[in-house]
Design a protein around this ligand. Sequence first.
Ligand code: ADP
Ligand code: MG
Length: 648
Amino acid sequence: MSARVEQLEFQAEARQLLELLVHSVYSDKDSFLRELISNASDALDKLRLETMRNKDLTADTSDLHIDIEVAHAPRTLTVRDNGIGMTHDEVVDLIGTLAKSGTAQLRQQLREAKNSAASEELIGQFGVGFYSTFMVADRVELLTRKAGESGATRWVSSGDGTYTIESVDDAPQGTTVTLHLKPEDVEDQLHDYTAQWKIRELVKKYSDFIAWPIRMQVEQRTPATEDGGADNVSVETQTLNSMKALWAKPKDEVSEQEYHEFYKHIAHAWDDPLTVISMKGEGTFEYQALLFIPSHAPFDLFTRDAGTGVQLYIRRVFVMGDCDELMPRYLRFVKGVVDAQGMSLNVSREILQQDRQVTAIRRRLTKKILSTIADLQSGKPEDYSTFWTQFGAVLKEGLMSDPDNQDTLLRVSSFSSTQSDDELTTLAEYVERMKDGQEQIFYATGPSRDQLLKSPHLEAFRAKGYEVLLLTDPVDEIWVGSVPEFDGKPLQSVAKGEVDLDSDADRADHEAEREAEQQEFADLLAWLTETLGDHVSEVRLSHRLTESPACLITPSFGITPALARMYRASGQVIPTGKRILELNPKHSLVTGLREAHAAEADVPEANMHRLAETAELLYGTALLAEGEVPEDPAKFAGLLADRLARTV
Ligand code: ADP
Ligand code: MG
């Protein structure tokens, strides 16, 4: 086969990232080796899985392992695996592009990062996988042959924006990565990656738990014998890692650092996890689990296909990544490993979905994770707060999808409220602060805290000193509908149904006044209900407004406009339910309208037309005040401009 060398460009994002790495002062350069070993280990796992699934695959699986080789001159470091390998196109796809989700955000943030410390932190948060090799090498060569195929591919790059790729006739099965290391830094002997002791140290530190042997040819020097002569040098192959599955070891035999390195391997992460959860199930369904709550949310947490991060092992053998069956969707941020004893090695997703053991394990893991979160909440407030900022919005999905754990989820959740500008509150704390006679937990939903604080719906609550929860995550619109109460206290939206904040004593005092108002406004309300009939189901007097003239209310069992929008965005057909327009009988616009209406009741059409326009304007401003847009913005703007023109 004639070797044709093609020169290709890295995809733009990859190019920028490389640029950064080549000049990086990233302090943790050692991590490149962890990344190479992690990739090699994944490739071996994949090959074993593939041979289990595909009996026709002709691949050699007799001695799956990883080899490391170093040379002082020329200064090279080689990591070789005999795993799954890559085809020509896979090399272009997987190595030539940054396939990782969230790369666009990474690029954006790198651009915005003002200094090198900030970009380093980003690298640490994102992880740069294979590209990390360019922190230590000025040329990287990758030779790979996909298991079962005969042709191989050589890829070479200096990290300068382009790479070459060529097809070659033959290569060992799997992947060999050779780093041509940057010139020796005599000042920095600690980072000499051609030193065997250094490699040994790094493997121990970062990759000891890797399930495949990591081997190196080691020179053994035995001193010369009494009668003179040179030392004896022999070469032997050593396995550098213990290969012990961390999850199988007793907790007190594993250091925090070991747990963290393991997390980085399985989660493809570069930063430390927030917490480590190690657990064991005995009895009918025996299993071991080692789970991690990360300290940063991935960028694709909310995209639909974001898989869960839990790997399934069966009796120490990796059988499946992203095992969704082991973790409810709302805990998809949890990473880790579950090793089950009593399952068949060639288990399929279809079987898993119906497996009683899997269901039982999922239930146990869920409970344990929730209790860990509760422990953070009570014992490590800072970690809890990090957790909540990163994952709170996902966790709340469980309020709808996991009724069995709803109460626990409510207890570990926290919310913004009118009580404090910067601190969140739990429901238990809210209940503790409830006013005498207050029977409901009040909440408002909307796009932002600021907007909610200015909403007319909140006026009476503020005036009377009632605390209101301010719920601003999209998911809040949905779960509030499936949580009837907390601690026996019903949840009540400030924008739904009837609100009467008067105490019994006040109510008696106000009754006569209200009745009089009701009569006074009866004609106007009837006329408005008819005039605005296309927009609202009813116009009535309000007891929740103190400053604004009007606001719109969703009927007790109706769905809010925001929720309707979300359903529509997800393709569901939702009828437009009409809302109720509530008027503030004390506002001068409303009293003025009443007087004008009473005066005009019997006179010509044209004047009623003008009043109808005022009604439209009143309705439109109520929409604006809650952040909605009038159905016909141009018409509303026209009416308003016309009216203003007469008053300037
Ligand atoms: P990640 O491991 O997080 O996916 P990397 O940058 O480390 O990101 O690797 C990119 C991809 O390249 C891997 O997902 C894998 O598909 C492929 N790859 C890297 N190294 C190897 C290898 N030794 N054998 C087979 N495939 C590899
Ligand atoms: Mg990797």
